[in-house]
Design a protein around this ligand. Structure first.
Ligand code: SF4
Length: 230
């Protein structure tokens, strides 16, 4: 059973939080065995979920990402030539905007063997500038595997649900993904609960007061046990 906790943030939002997931030992295994989200496992590509690019929130986020891309050091941005020539934003198949794709993955994803280091060039750029990747990466990238759904509540309030991504959140491709890292036990490999390992991300999403209240209620204090539902 999933344990849900509800916490008011004091600013008009009531958070409904999947406490079971926050107490779990989920950890992103990009570069450490993640087989990606294609139909077949391909850990050697080290593409993780970057194979589909990142959906962008709106034109503002697209402009921010494009501006940041222009500041990246080519030494740590493998596809900077492509980015300069073709841009880093595309029209997504499902509508809206997304990061461009190069050879089957996000334009920002440096591939294995790249001298400047594999992984997200925006992440690397933020770290090189002593800043948080949260301030540089598309929202969906730093929030994943956490997902927030907001709905109007009586009295002008908001009910916000925080839960892990599910297979059906990935759209049409979700049905044939050979794995979904937030389902099952494949990514329960962390050495501490999510509420600790993703504390900065939670602070940015729900605020530190809500996170601290969840800790006060014991979320993450109990030994991990596998989820028994998706
Ligand atoms: S979030 Fe999940 S699918 Fe994406 S890289 Fe990490 S482990 Fe792989």
């Amino acid at each position: 059973m999933t344990r849900w906790e509800e916490v008011d943030d004091g600013h008009g939002t009531r958070w409904r939080v999947d406490a079971t997931f926050l107490a779990s030992s989920w950890a992103c295994t990009w570069g450490a065995g993640c087989p990606g989200i294609g139909d077949e496992p391909a850990p050697e590509l080290q593409q993780g979920c970057c194979s589909v690019g990142a959906e962008l929130l709106d034109e503002d986020e697209a402009r921010t990402i494009a501006a940041l891309a222009a500041t990246l050091d080519p030494a740590t941005f493998e596809h900077h030539r492509h980015a300069t020539a073709h841009g880093v934003v595309r029209e997504a198949d499902a509508g809206g905007l997304a990061t461009a794709l190069v050879d089957g993955a996000c334009v920002f994803l440096n591939r294995p063997g790249f001298a400047g280091g594999p992984g997200c060039a925006l992440h690397l750029g933020a770290r090189a500038d002593g800043e948080s990747p949260i301030d540089w990466k598309p929202a969906v990238c730093w929030q994943l595997p956490l997902r927030v759904e907001r709905e109007a509540a009586p009295g002008g309030r908001v009910l916000a649900t925080l839960r892990p991504w599910r297979r059906d959140d990935w759209g049409e491709g979700g049905a044939t993904m050979h794995w979904c890292c937030t389902e099952g036990e494949g990514a329960l490999v962390g050495d501490r609960p999510v509420i600790e390992s993703l504390a900065a991300e939670l602070d940015a999403l729900v605020g530190p007061e809500v996170r601290v209240e969840l800790r006060r209620r014991g979320v993450g204090a109990e030994p991990e046990r596998p989820r028994d539902d998706p």
